[in-house]
Design a binder for this molecule. Sequence first.
Ligand SMILES: Nc1ncnc2c1ncn2[C@@H]1O[C@H](COP(=O)(O)OP(=O)(O)OP(=O)(O)O)[C@@H](O)[C@H]1O
Ligand SMILES: [Mg+2]
Length: 298
Amino acid sequence: MPPIVVSLINLKGGVGKTTTTVQLAECLVSEYGKRVLVIDLDPQTNATISLIEEERWEELDDQGLTIFQLFQDKLDGTSVFDIRRAIQRGVSNLGLDGLSLLPSSIRLINVQDRMSEIPVKLGYAITPMEVLKAAIHDVPGQFDYVLIDCPPNLGFITRNGIEISDYFFIPTIPDTLSTYGIPQIVKSIEQFSRERPLLKIRCLGLVVTKFYSRSEAHVRGINNLPARFTRVFAKLGLPPAPIFKTVIPLANTFADVPLTDNKPKSFKEKYGRSRSGDRYLYQYVIDLTKEFMDHAGR
Ligand SMILES: Nc1ncnc2c1ncn2[C@@H]1O[C@H](COP(=O)(O)OP(=O)(O)OP(=O)(O)O)[C@@H](O)[C@H]1O
Ligand SMILES: [Mg+2]
């Protein structure tokens, strides 16, 4: 059975795309026994550095075993990148056998503005959107889920994720600036689907992140979201996508998780060091992951 592929997308930076990707991935593997591949498409390399040590990343980057090399090969006419070797198994400081990572590189910045040259270099055999799709073909179906951490834009690199995705999932802070671009995301992806009939991507839904219950703006935002989100789909004649019931609170523990060098003994220890309201933080991630599986399937 092929994996369920989900791209995490928001045009706004800092809304929790990477944090949600890593939390979902670790929870799916450790609490639900799934096999998950995280693909880091962001030159900021945040998901990569959350899942493997920096020294290991440097070695991989030197050897051309990051997603940067996949695209650079197409520009140079080389074939340095080897997806089977690039995929790192058993990543995360939780030591999860079922969790794999296709790492990113800061050098991706150098290729993102040159992606439109790819068809010319390759005699129009491939569009700049299909590079990842062609490479991932060589990976046997050993994953239940593929989660793609996207940069905060809908450029060619993100389009490579969209091209192979069953769903896009929108993490957002419930404030005006973070939600402003959501209609544009849904509209643009709908437009991509019209231009490329083979695309199967649909909206999985939206999850509110970094919710601060004492902020009037957040409370107002969260109350207005359902009507606003439904309207986005209605305007395009599409069925509405759900807003997830789980709301991820603003909490220092979530911000600190990627910075801890120590080896937590369990998922609950890693995410559960403090409470928000009357619940441990790990419980929010478990609830989110359960909802995620209910909506995405499997
Ligand atoms: N629930 C939370 N509570 C507090 N801080 C959080 C929470 N979720 C994420 N953060 C912190 O907020 C910052 C932004 O989160 P993250 O990197 O996941 O966002 P992003 O959408 O991936 O950003 P970018 O667009 O730059 O890739 C990070 O420092 C992260 O640790
Ligand atoms: Mg990110």
